[in-house]
Design a protein around this ligand. Structure first.
Ligand code: IPM
Ligand code: MG
Length: 350
């Protein structure tokens, strides 16, 4: 099991090193190889996704990714900014299916910004399309128009792109409560109209899964009104970006949520859904659990090591049950610890 480890920027290195400790604690033949990406790629090789890093990622069986982005690079032209690293990896590796589960640990229900009874027991999966939509659609740019400039992007989905993400969602639902809610903006957008038609067509091959449709504005509202109504949400790249941040807060902290980005053969990149949090970088404050749980997803999806994944998830649950908390999920009556100590606790629980 060759894993390309790409820590990136900000808190990336701190959280990824805790996840690596957890992986090494399991008696598996995991081979970890580290390479710079994002701002770290710019520093090391003058590019957010250095060719050497891309090569390593292509050759590896799976990728463990931290986070990219640093205000220091905010003024660079778009193609040179750290975010291009993750967008470039997704595109170059064909990682079109992004799975973002949001589960509430019983001990963290009170850390949610919603009332505990609204979120206790929450278990939803956002399936976000990751290589299309307005993120990648051409043309895009900023151009002159008369006396001023205008900015433009293209929202675009082909039928086959929608069809393959629909299948991922229906198949995921089969392993859960068999309900898929497809989220779009079909009352306004042509792209969404096609999306909805293709989802409906594709659902005919999945008679055992219930399909419903919801507009994205309504979904944003329903997620804070009654989030437990959802099982699987499938949506496009842009709406999925927004809704998955929203869903993460239901669980108490964005620092808890792992993700998997998979290609057609389950080769995957695994990353926490949060960003590089430069404001707390290097202070031993970041929550490494989203990254540790991403490593568990890696074992499950790319390496078929369900047992090892279960062990990591159980270790995380045990640590939380013991009342250990990083700052983001700390509450009265629990013990606040740092990034490294959280890693220690998970390793000890294993
Ligand atoms: C995410 C992030 C990325 C995205 C950024 C860093 C490009 O917000 O993974 O959700 O928009 O996809
Ligand atoms: Mg995002």
């Amino acid at each position: 099991m060759r894993v390309a480890v790409l820590p990136g920027d900000g808190i990336g290195p701190e959280i990824v090193s805790q996840a690596c400790r957890v992986l090494q604690k399991l008696d598996l033949k995991v081979q970890l190889q580290t390479a710079p990406v994002g701002g770290a790629g710019i520093e090391a090789a003058g590019h957010p996704l250095p060719p050497e890093t891309l090569r390593l990622a292509k050759e590896a069986d799976a990728i463990l990714f931290g986070a990219v982005g640093d205000p220091r690079y905010d003024n660079l032209e778009r193609a040179k900014r750290p975010e291009q690293a993750i967008l470039g990896l997704r595109k170059a590796l064909g990682l079109f299916a992004n799975l973002r589960p949001a589960q509430v640990y019983p001990e963290l229900a009170a850390a949610s910004s919603l009332r505990p009874e609204l979120v206790a027991g929450l278990d939803l999966l956002i399936v976000r399309e990751l290589t299309g939509d307005i993120y990648f659609g051409q043309p895009k740019g900023i151009r002159s128009k008369g006396a001023e400039r205008e900015g433009f992007d293209t929202m675009l989905y082909s039928e086959s792109e929608v069809r393959r993400i629909a299948r991922v969602a229906f198949e995921a639902a089969r392993r859960r409560s068999r309900r898929v809610c497809s989220v779009d903006k079909a009352n306004v957008l042509e792209t969404s109209q096609l999306w909805r038609e293709v989802l409906t067509e594709e659902s005919r091959s999945f008679g055992d899964v219930e399909l419903s449709h919801m507009y994205v504005d309504n979904c944003a509202m329903q997620l804070v009104r009654n989030p437990k109504q959802f099982d699987v949400i499938v949506t496009g790249n842009l709406f999925g970006d927004i809704l998955s941040d929203e869903a993460s807060m239901l669980t108490g902290s964005i620092g808890m949520l792992p993700s998997a980005s998979l290609d057609a053969n389950n080769k995957g990149l695994y990353e926490p859904i949060h960003g590089s949090a430069p404001d707390i970088a290097g202070k031993n404050l970041a929550n490494p659990l989203a990254t540790i749980l991403s490593a568990a997803m890696m074992l499950r999806y790319s390496f078929n090591q369900d047992q090892a994944a279960d062990r990591i998830e159980a270790a995380v649950a045990k640590v939380l049950a013991r009342g250990l908390r990083t700052a983001d999920i700390h509450q009265a009556g629990t013990q606040q610890i740092g990034t490294v100590q959280m890693g220690d606790a998970v390793v000890a629980a294993l």
